[in-house]
Write a protein that binds this ligand. Structure first.
Ligand code: TK8
Length: 338
């Protein structure tokens, strides 16, 4: 009898211990990262976010789950940054142009014809100047993680084959919501209108605008050729993306999970750049089959460069002349060693 009692008592203790252990496990805090972007789920950006999600969920042993939203389902770039600030959304990945109203120095990347190559851009963005700018985001309640890539932007339109600035004269071109982009297109002779990306397709369809500019992958994957017959490889500006997370959310994450998120952001960045460059290359070839694609001669490209040069001086104060020079020095340093 004593033995039976002892056995029962022991069993109760073992079961209690198991429950206590289980309880400890389940009280370990879990986190959800809700991430939204403007592009659709066929974009290199979305596919790179899927890779980020997979790495984070695996490496955190399920303590972080990541939920993805595309096609401006959660809002446009500016709205999603505001949601990050309020702690209502954790992650987004805008082009640098819509970041300018929050941190004016990001305008340095809007300077037309700044980066001579993707690799020169990587060098500047992943170096100290790029990091300084990411750090400035914490002044507005956002943690800048790393730079991904949107890429070189090219003009499309529904009116004519564009070869020179004279051809864009009076053309209604949608730009990102940023004064330098407006001024650059005015300088080229166009009649630009700023607009959120999510409104662009129907604006082109309804003839509210004649044209727009984005990388080849976006032009193809967002079905722009349905409403745009002409493209020109202007490559007038290189758009970085910034993968960012709400500062409050970040500060609350235990350090080991911050490391998981940062490592995943970097790994997915490398995936993103490779994928994005391949898409931009391959989709340009496919676009040639379904729309007129004008490839500029060096002389024609120089005409566009000449037309927008004034923007550099006009925005020196807003961006900071020192910052512009620091970026140009880095580009030169990269060019001389490569
Ligand atoms: C996507 C935007 C877009 C950008 C634009 O959210 O607005 O034209 O190029 O890709 O960041």
């Amino acid at each position: 009898m004593k033995r039976v009692v002892a056995f029962l008592v022991l069993s109760v203790l073992v079961i209690a211990a198991l429950f206590a252990g289980g309880q400890e496990e389940s009280s370990e805090q879990t986190y959800t990262i809700t991430a939204g972007i403007g592009l659709n789920d066929r974009s290199a950006q979305y596919e790179s976010l899927e890779s980020f999600k997979e790495i984070v969920e695996r490496e955190s042993n399920g303590r972080i789950s990541v939920e993805l939203y595309h096609s401006s389902q959660l809002g446009d770039d500016r709205e999603m940054m505001e949601a990050l600030q309020r702690g209502e959304q954790e992650m987004t990945c805008p082009s640098t142009a819509p970041i300018v109203p929050f941190v004016p120095e990001f305008g340095v990347f809007d300077l037309p014809f700044l980066f001579p190559s993707n690799e020169a851009a990587d060098y500047v963005l992943d170096g100290e100047v790029g990091q300084q700018l990411l750090d400035r985001l914490s002044d507005v309640g956002i943690k800048g993680l790393v730079y991904w890539e949107n890429g070189y932007r090219h003009l499309t339109n529904s009116v004519r084959a564009v070869r020179t600035p004279a051809d864009v004269s009076g053309m209604k071109v949608r730009t990102m919501e940023n004064p330098m982009h407006l001024d650059a297109w005015r300088a080229m002779g166009a009649n630009p209108t700023p607009m959120a990306f999510g409104e662009l397709f129907s604006a082109m369809q309804q003839g509210v605008v004649d044209g727009q500019e984005n990388p080849w992958g976006t032009i193809y994957l967002q079905n722009f050729p349905e409403v745009q017959g002409f493209a020109t490889d202007t490559g007038h500006v290189y758009s970085p993306f910034v993968l960012m997370i709400g500062q409050g959310f970040w500060d609350n994450l235990p350090q080991d999970l911050q490391e998981v998120v940062m490592d995943a952001a970097i790994q997915a960045r490398d995936t993103n750049r490779e994928l994005n460059r391949r898409y931009n290359r391959e989709y340009m070839e496919q676009l040639k089959e379904i729309m007129t694609v004008v490839e500029l001669t060096p002389d024609e490209r120089a005409q566009f460069q000449g037309a927008v040069r004034s923007v550099y001086a006009d925005y020196a104060d807003a961006i900071g002349q020192d910052l512009i020079e620091a970026v140009m020095e880095k580009i030169e340093a990269f060019q001389s060693t490569n």
